[in-house]
Design a protein around this ligand. Structure first.
Ligand code: AMP
Ligand code: ZN
Ligand code: FE
Ligand code: FE
Length: 282
């Protein structure tokens, strides 16, 4: 189902999982759309973490460039002990409840980033909050921005060292995020007219949790993802067939932070989009 894309002609492939600089990706939405066009994708979805603020202008730009744009978001939901990521597709980005949630969440993220910066002081790491905010720009502020500033200011040699020693899950300066429950996240997306899909379950979700998600209304599973093995892809496909769910996939591209531009390099056929539309009756 997935095949490597470079600069070949791929008129029927889509990438449904891409991050922009509105969350922790390196590129603007325009740059992402330009890349997607260069790689001849038929459709893309930009799925920023808890941010939908640039979807309107990205949609407009996609229209100009002649590539189909599917509204997307990646919502962090609560499970113990860490995160679970839910992808929303085809929702109305002008939905008031969704906008209120995103605004509330971003403010909680801001408070959390300040707490992390405060904790880092105990380890002799003094960061300017302005610098971190500048990195985050207008989107969701998060640990990647803090890790970048720690690296640039010479407190760690690499972005990864910042996570491994200080701010990674369970590390001394880790502060958990405010999160809604998976059922609330699914309802939020559904009420805004969208479909809710579990992102990369193979990285952080047990099968038991997955069954609970299906019980509360999960509609699809992301199978194609850079961190999924072929065995995991096959395993999730069996669950999809058994429970009559949708299948999605994408590159989870964060820009060049992960060594090269992943856009389109993990992809699914356009029939995936057609099935989603049929599901929604659009
Ligand atoms: P946040 O939403 O602020 O908790 O940041 C989560 C993001 O941080 C993830 O999407 C990853 O991009 C990055 N991240 C989390 N843990 C690590 C880690 N151990 N190493 C590198 N990046 C990480
Ligand atoms: Zn991310
Ligand atoms: Fe994710
Ligand atoms: Fe992602």
């Amino acid at each position: 189902m997935y095949r490597k894309l470079f600069h070949t002609h791929n008129p029927n492939r889509v990438d449904l999982h891409i991050h922009s600089n509105r969350s922790d990706g390196a590129f603007t939405c325009k740059e992402i759309i330009d890349y997607a066009c260069k790689r001849d994708l038929k459709a893309i979805s930009i799925t920023d973490h808890d941010d939908i603020s640039d979807l309107k202008s990205a949609e407009r730009y996609s229209k100009q460039k002649g590539i189909e744009f599917i509204t997307g978001v990646e919502i962090s939901a609560r499970t113990k002990p860490f995160d679970l990521h839910l992808l929303g597709y085809f929702f109305d980005y002008a939905n008031k409840h969704l906008i209120d949630y995103v605004n509330y969440f971003q403010n909680e993220r801001l408070k959390r980033a300040k707490k992390i910066v405060q904790l880092l002081k105990n380890y002799g790491i003094r960061l300017s909050f302005d610098l971190i905010q500048k990195k985050a720009g207008q989107g969701s502020i998060g640990r990647p921005h803090i890790a970048d500033v720690m690296t640039e200011e010479g407190y760690v040699y690499t972005y990864y060292e910042a996570f491994n020693k200080y701010i990674g899950d369970g590390c001394p300066c880790f502060v958990p995020k405010y999160k809604i429950s998976p059922a609330e996240a699914i309802a939020l997306i559904n009420n805004a007219g969208g479909i809710c899909v579990i992102a990369h379950p193979g990285t952080d979700v047990t099968d038991e949790e997955l069954m609970n998600l299906i019980k509360v209304g999960l509609e699809g599973i992301e199978t194609i993802h850079p961190r999924h093995t072929q065995e995991q892809v096959n395993h999730y496909r069996e669950i999809i067939v058994k429970h009559g769910l949708l299948e999605t996939g994408g590159s989870d591209c964060h820009g060049n932070r992960k060594s090269h531009v992943m856009i389109g390099q993990f992809n699914v056929p356009y029939s995936v989009v057609e099935k989603m539309k049929a599901w929604l009756g659009i």
